[in-house]
Write a protein that binds this ligand. Sequence first.
Ligand code: FMN
Length: 152
Amino acid sequence: MQDIVSKAISHGVYVITVRSKEKINGMTAAWVSQVSLQPLMLMVSIAPARYTHAMIKESGYFAINALSEDQKDIAKHFGFKSGRKTDKFKGLSYFDAPNGSPVLDGALAFFECRVADAFKAGDHTLFVGEVITARLLKSDKKPLIFHWEDYF
Ligand SMILES: Cc1cc2nc3c(=O)[nH]c(=O)nc-3n(C[C@H](O)[C@H](O)[C@H](O)COP(=O)(O)O)c2cc1C
């Protein structure tokens, strides 16, 4: 059934970033969605094994960096190694959103969220975030669309 999902359900590609104490990290996620209009809420589905999962639980904030169509390399960079062992931001330029979440300079847009709720959903956790800051950084670019075969 998963193969049908991959062929028929569309997603973008995002880097979810977080700051907890002095540490920053980010991971690639395709399972991101808007879930409320008023207040504006976005959701990301993250497996408990990800280092980012522990850091979001600790900090209560995260940012969704929407990637543009020319950023597949960034998606691979943040999606195949853990921040437990490496500093994935080394050599990349970024700035801090108002609540400290790192934002990739090259992203199409970012949304910094405060965790409003977290739900267990099978083998993932749904972090529902209320958007506290949003900015379109590259108005001339198009979003990166997730295709399973580009990565796996
Ligand atoms: C294209 C792509 C999409 C991904 N989507 C998700 C996702 O939606 N949720 C998730 O938990 N992991 C997802 N991953 C896996 C994480 O990005 C990966 O396990 C990452 O290394 C975790 O990093 P961390 O341990 O530093 O948090 C995705 C990976 C790729 C390459």
